[in-house]
Design a protein around this ligand. Structure first.
Ligand SMILES: Cc1cc2nc3c(=O)[nH]c(=O)nc-3n(C[C@H](O)[C@H](O)[C@H](O)COP(=O)(O)OP(=O)(O)OC[C@H]3O[C@@H](n4cnc5c(N)ncnc54)[C@H](O)[C@@H]3O)c2cc1C
Length: 574
């Protein structure tokens, strides 16, 4: 099935999901007979037309291409084109109590892609709802449907010479809405998407449509500009959630600046991560930094251009002395931080000066390089994002690429055979350098002890960071499939000691992180919003009572991993 009009995005989809892949085994929805399932499929075909109801081998586009287990296989996929079709689908699955797993483009790679938590769920893919409804330059926002990808929005703004830059992540074929709802992050001054959502249109499990914020008021002139509600704000209920299906979103964009500067900071020792994070934290607190620095290590950098087998021909992970050789040979820092400045030239230069001052105080031997871009006279002094992207990274200026997708093959054997895959463990941390160093030292030991290369990095936000433990593997290798869950569990156990919680997680591990903050919404949904538990049960460890049996199966450890005393959702009596 074609998922994209754009041949480049379809090619990327086929490369990851289709080529060299077999269709999934046939499964039925839970508690459903073959006869009932056939009846449901017929009705879905009447609602959405036959070609938009997917079964059999074509379901290859709706399974997790990085899976290490076979426990997340859909029975079918259905691809509606509007809100009315979604409402009819919900009515039908509520009658038969069949769970649907909602995705927009389903490119949630590393976290399960489009695959459902419960085997036999029907994937409800919104990729056909792909209209850009508005791009507003004065208000610097866009109003979009779920099927709009980062590349679609980026190309729209570039082709139409709009004076706004979308906030894009490392790969472009994912949904802007899907990424924002899963609390994804881009690279420009807007940072993470969810802080820039200014309104949602949502279909609830019973088919009701709600709009949030000022958008809830008919024709409000502030609909996409102001996040205030008169009363409680409910937008957050739909983030990393299974309380509704988001069918439209308004999202802020970055106004195109007068000048742009990319900055790179390198430090040479593993222990330098501590002063580096402290310096970046201070610069954030002073409002000097505008974007959120991405920190990477030597192997993380080299993995964009090489496989592990090309870098090292010994057994097991690359040893520390070899990593140091590679660092020196490739003139890299042990840690490299990249970030960007935007604004008038004098403002950008002033930010750079303060940045250099703070970094020199904290990391006297650091190397700082920067590159300033200004608009050319023959273009009226306007910055041209595409031209900037030709000289370096496009993401900070709203131009998408696939720059990091090559990393996926890092763990493949020398002959290139197998299926490159990745996932990560990403605990949230305070911006505290000593804590970073302690954590990375421990995380590195754990990853190496399981036979994996420890690829470490992070993103430094205003007051907190993510530390990223990147795990590349070959999903066709029995050894990798066996070792990966054990490594993930050991990292989670180590994080538990420090009371750290995870930012986002693969389906296999969602059951191990169900923080208390989820519980009111869970109770709310069970009683009121979704009594049959049809919407994405198990998303982020939130299980309606009716699927309790599956909740227990999804929790792959005896203890919770975000604090030993955290009660399970269903045990809370609200
Ligand atoms: C090489 C590589 C680089 C990556 N770089 C980044 C990066 O820089 N930043 C980043 O954030 N991620 C990154 N990722 C992770 C991931 O690929 C992206 O986040 C991707 O955008 C997610 O897929 P999607 O946008 O198609 O969302 P989807 O898969 O459609 O949605 C994600 C989840 O959100 C929920 N959801 C989606 N749509 C709806 C809806 N309409 N209503 C209710 N719930 C919904 C579902 O639970 C779904 O599972 C990277 C992955 C790889 C492999």
């Amino acid at each position: 099935m074609k998922q994209y009009f754009d041949p480049l995005q379809q090619e990327a989809h086929d490369a990851f999901f289709v080529i060299g892949r077999d269709g999934p085994p046939e499964v039925l929805p839970p508690n459903t007979s073959t006869e009932t399932f056939c009846e449901v499929l017929d009705k879905l075909r009447q609602i959405c037309q036959a070609e938009n109801v997917i079964t059999g081998d074509d379901l290859v586009s709706f399974i997790d291409p990085f899976a290490v287990t076979s426990s997340h296989v859909p029975s079918a996929a259905v691809c509606p084109s509007n809100v009315s079709e979604i409402q009819q689908i919900l009515k039908l699955v509520n009658v038969h109590k069949i769970p649907v797993w909602v995705c927009s483009r389903g490119k949630n790679l590393g976290y399960g892609g489009p695959a459902p938590q419960i085997n036999g769920s029907i994937v409800l893919s919104l990729h056909r709802m792909s209209s850009i409804l508005e791009v507003n330059e004065r208000g610097a926002y866009a109003v979009i449907e779920p099927g709009v990808t980062f590349r679609d929005l980026s190309e729209y703004c570039l082709e139409n010479k709009r004076s706004v830059w979308p906030n894009v992540p490392s790969i472009g074929w994912g949904s802007v809405i899907g990424n924002a709802l899963d609390r994804g992050i881009g690279y420009n001054a807007l940072g993470d998407h969810w802080h820039n959502i200014s309104g949602l249109e949502v279909v609830l499990a019973n088919g009701d449509v709600v709009r949030t914020g000022q958008w809830a008021a008919t024709d409000a002139p502030t609909a996409y500009l102001c996040k205030n509600s008169f009363g409680p704000s409910i937008d957050g209920l739909f983030l990393q959630s299974n309380l509704g299906i988001v069918t439209k979103m308004s999202l802020w964009l970055q106004p195109r600046p007068q000048t742009y500067m990319s900055v790179k900071v390198e430090v040479d020792k593993f222990a330098d991560i501590a002063p580096l994070v402290d310096a970046l934290g201070l610069l954030h607190r002073e409002d000097i930094l505008q974007s959120n620095p991405l920190i990477g290590d030597v192997i993380g950098h080299l993995s964009i251009f090489n496989t592990a087998a090309e870098l090292y021909d010994g057994p097991g992970p690359i040893p520390e002395d070899k990593i140091e050789d590679l660092r020196v040979k490739n003139s890299l820092g042990a840690w490299t931080a990249i970030f960007d400045f935007y604004g008038t030239k004098s403002m950008v230069l002033a930010r750079l000066e303060r940045c250099r001052e703070v970094l020199e105080q904290h990391c006297p031997s650091m190397r700082l390089t920067s590159r300033l871009f200004e608009g050319s006279d023959n273009n009226g002094g306007v910055l041209e994002a595409r031209k900037i992207a030709e000289h370096g990274r496009g993401e900070p200026v709203g131009v998408v690429g696939t720059s990091r997708s090559s990393m996926i093959n890092f763990a493949l054997p020398r002959d290139g055979k197998g299926h490159g895959a990745h996932t990560d463990f990403v605990p949230l941390m305070p911006n505290d350098g000593a804590f970073f160093l302690k954590w990375f030292t421990e995380a590195r030991k754990i990853m190496v002890s399981h036979g994996f290369n420890a690829i470490l990095g992070g993103r430094v936000f205003k007051k907190h960071s993510f530390t990223i433990q990147m795990m590349f593997y070959d999903s066709s290798s029995a050894t990798h499939r066996a070792s990966l869950p054990a490594m993930w569990r050991d990292l989670a156990k180590a994080a538990e000691k420090y009371h750290l919680t995870n930012y986002r997680s693969h389906l296999d591990n969602m059951g191990n992180f169900c923080p208390l903050s989820c519980s009111p919404s869970s109770s709310f949904r069970q009683n009121n919003l979704d009594p049959n538990g049809v919407l994405s049960p198990g998303k982020q460890g939130i299980w309606p009572e009716v699927w309790n049996k599956y909740r227990k199966e999804n929790k792959n450890d005896e203890t919770t991993t975000n604090g030993t005393t955290t009660p399970s959702i269903s045990s809370l009596k609200m």
